[in-house]
Design a protein around this ligand. Structure first.
Ligand SMILES: Nc1nc2c(ncn2[C@@H]2O[C@H](COP(=O)(O)OP(=O)(O)OP(=O)(O)O)[C@@H](O)[C@H]2O)c(=O)[nH]1
Ligand SMILES: [Mg+2]
Length: 291
């Protein structure tokens, strides 16, 4: 008999959820960045072992919403918690537990699914920081506590072992060779957005959304990826394009190798920038952009 189930990965923004899902699955299924609120969708990453299949659901960081987008993202996370067979709750060892973490812990206690707590970034924390955090989080009395480094792939075996003991018996939900169920169009758009996240400053990263249209293979075998980069204001357009198109070019050349790996072919990235006024705050714009 095998165990299987859905395991949402939840926590505050920037604690390392997406990095962790990528390390667990052994493939880049989710983009990551040093900016909080990188993830904007629930992203499934599948890990199949001899005895179990874990369907991790990377989620947007739970936060106090300031925009309609933020509110929608929190609702999305609540939905994944409601469907969880077990939850992986991620904390950042380099920062003290705060009200944001406590609110999430309370939600999880109410939801009632089993919870494994991963105290992440121990590679960057002092031993004392890690111990203090394990002690404080221990008061919630969840099912297991594991200090880890998602970046250095440290402690992840134990996370998997603990989760497997909590999952119900059941058949595999996905073919064992499958790592994610995301369409190529979405993955491609995320890769482009990731490069912008690393390069833009202050609030601008939040203003960027990327939508990829129909992907086609030309007769010469080159895959054409048409990407539209949406910003919120006319004044942001110039920044995203850069002087003489410099930033768009840099983003393009950083994204291209990853796109080529994704499609297994040469890629032509056709990048265009458009303004969708205040899209983060407007329901109809969010609908159109696929949130
Ligand atoms: N030192 C260290 N840094 C880490 C570790 N895991 C993640 N990070 C860094 O933390 C930052 C945030 O990582 P993400 O994986 O994007 O975090 P997230 O929780 O998915 O963030 P949101 O999607 O915004 O909620 C990035 O700069 C990562 O490189 C770790 O184990 N050690
Ligand atoms: Mg993320």
């Amino acid at each position: 008999m095998s165990a299987s189930g859905f395991v949402p990965v939840v926590g505050r923004p920037n604690v390392g959820k997406s990095t962790l899902v990528n390390s667990l699955v052994g493939e880049k299924v989710a983009i990551t960045s040093a900016r909080p609120q990188t993830t904007r969708n629930t992203i499934r990453g599948v890990l199949t072992t001899d005895e179990a299949q874990l369907v991790f659901v990377d989620t947007p960081g739970l936060h106090k919403p300031r925009t309609t987008l933020g509110a929608r993202l929190n609702t999305l996370v609540d939905g994944s918690i409601a469907e969880a067979d077990a939850v992986l709750f991620v904390l950042d060892a380099t920062q003290r537990i705060g009200p944001g973490d406590r609110r999430i812990a309370e939600r999880l206690l109410q939801a009632g699914a089993p919870v494994v707590v991963a105290v992440n970034k121990v590679d960057a924390a002092s031993q004392e920081q890690t111990i203090v955090q394990l002690g404080e989080a221990g008061e919630w009395d969840f099912d297991a506590y594991v200090p880890i480094s998602a970046l250095k792939d440290d402690g992840l075996d134990r996370v998997v072992r603990e989760l497997v003991t909590l999952l119900p018996d059941g058949p595999f939900l996905f073919p064992p060779e499958m790592h994610t169920d995301q369409p190529d169009q979405f993955l491609a758009a995320e890769l482009v957005r990731e490069k912008y996240l690393w390069r833009l400053r202050e609030e601008l990263p939040h203003s960027v959304a990327v939508v990829v249209g129909d992907i086609e293979t030309r007769e010469d075998g080159v895959v054409v990826v048409p990407a539209i980069v949406y910003v919120e204001r006319e004044s942001q357009k110039g920044i995203v394009i850069g002087k003489g198109g410099e930033l768009a070019k840099a983003v393009g050349s950083e994204a291209r190798p990853e796109l080529e790996r994704l499609f297994g072919a040469k890629v032509f990235l056709d990048l265009r920038v458009k303004v969708e006024k205040d899209w983060q705050r407007l329901d109809h714009a969010l609908d159109r952009l696929g949130f």
